[in-house]
Design a protein around this ligand. Structure first.
Ligand code: 5GP
Ligand code: ZN
Length: 113
């Protein structure tokens, strides 16, 4: 057991609105959405950030992108969507369990930040 917020969400100790779940991945609504669709897709394995991806744990990351494609299809995100991973302090990472923001439902400006 650990104190990580997203590990607690995976264990059901902190409530969340589930969008998708399988053996390796959990997806849920962001609590402070910045777009009409704003989900967080996370591995069940605790990986701190993109800086901690290794040959041993990288398979779940490609699986996450398969899940994202599945969610996008299920939710009819046919106009497109954005996937964002903030890594580390200067990128604005606030929860140190790797997560992919899936955003859609409005025009998303680019470049961001
Ligand atoms: P980061 O800034 O690390 O890239 O993103 C963390 C995200 O987690 C933020 O968008 C924030 O709104 C979301 N978040 C923080 N705490 C909670 C929570 O308790 N529940 C949910 N569903 N989202 C959270
Ligand atoms: Zn965690």
């Amino acid at each position: 057991m650990n104190d990580c917020l997203f590990c607690k969400i995976i264990r059901g100790e902190v409530p969340s609105t589930k969008i998708y779940e399988d053996e390796y991945v959990y997806a849920f609504k962001d609590i402070e959405p910045i777009a009409p669709v704003h989900y967080l897709v996370i591995p069940k394995e605790h990986i701190e950030s993109a800086a901690k991806i290794t040959p041993e744990n990288s398979a779940v990351i490609s699986h996450i992108y398969e899940v994202i494609a599945k969610i996008a299809k299920n939710e009819g995100l046919d106009d497109g969507f954005r996937v964002v991973n903030n890594c580390g302090e200067i990128a604005g990472q606030t929860v140190f369990h790797i997560h992919f923001h899936l955003m859609a439902g409005r025009k998303l400006e680019w470049p961001a930040g």
